[in-house]
Design a protein around this ligand. Sequence first.
Ligand code: PMP
Length: 307
Amino acid sequence: MVKSLAFFQGKVVPIDQAKVSVMTHALHYGSAVFEGIRGNWNKKKNSMYIFRMKEHYERLIQGCKMMMMDIPYGVDELCDITIDLIKQSGIKEDVYIRPLVYKSEEMVANLVLHKLSSDFTLIIVPFGAYIDTDGAIECCTSSWRRMDDTIIPPRVKISGHYVNSILAKTEAVLSGFDEAILLNQDGNVSEGSGENLFLIYNGVLNTPLVSDNNLTGITRDCAIKIAQNEFGLKVVERSIRRSELYLADEVFLTGTAAHITPVGSLDNRLIGNGNVGSITKNIREIYLKSIRGDNEDYQEWLTEVKV
Ligand code: PMP
């Protein structure tokens, strides 16, 4: 039987008992750090494969350092808590794993990080496609700019930072697009609202520097490794201007939720012929096999859990 459980205040509880006070600091100020991890169910193997769990928890711990949050768990313990929660939940489908470290102090008018208590919680929910990944999506350049490292550090997943993503995605969707591409304050391409970005021109992959204010994406790293190892492609990390995207042969987005999503148009201009490009298709095929335990070559990215 599947149970809806959460890890909350140091123990596993039914999810409806995992509740915080309206006085909680993080609720008012976004003073929290989170991760999004996928668990991919393989029916044939009767196993759940958690994708790059260690790297996600390493990034979470980096965020905790920036936000001065102490939790009594290291990466290995966080991995164990996650595996245990999946087993106890008995869930046998694709899941989204959401760890959250938050300023739990019940003290509202206090604009500091130090001296305030922090807590860790974890939930696991069923999760299918985030964006329709079969076809190529339609994007627009957002009127919102990606937040600069001088405002809120964008390289880790700080909750308050996501207001920026939410403003951009809402504007895009209400205007009839699937996703927003954000520029940074210098006008360089940064990333999607929840995805990193790649541009392919003359067979070379280009992706913005992390210093152009994007998240240090784990799927981004997978796409780079697959492009280099499987197809011998050159990958260049550099600043990219908006107009380069209009003239690209292919553009794709990468993210835990979005997987590898081809972009067919930007600001009503077709990218390539508007369909899924061949390099994007090849990289995506290998990626989708790897995350589900169907590719021997990338087993080191997976943690197998027998539910
Ligand atoms: N950028 C942002 C703003 C995101 O929220 C995400 C999703 N975590 C990504 C990029 C992609 O990162 P990852 O591949 O590690 O999921």
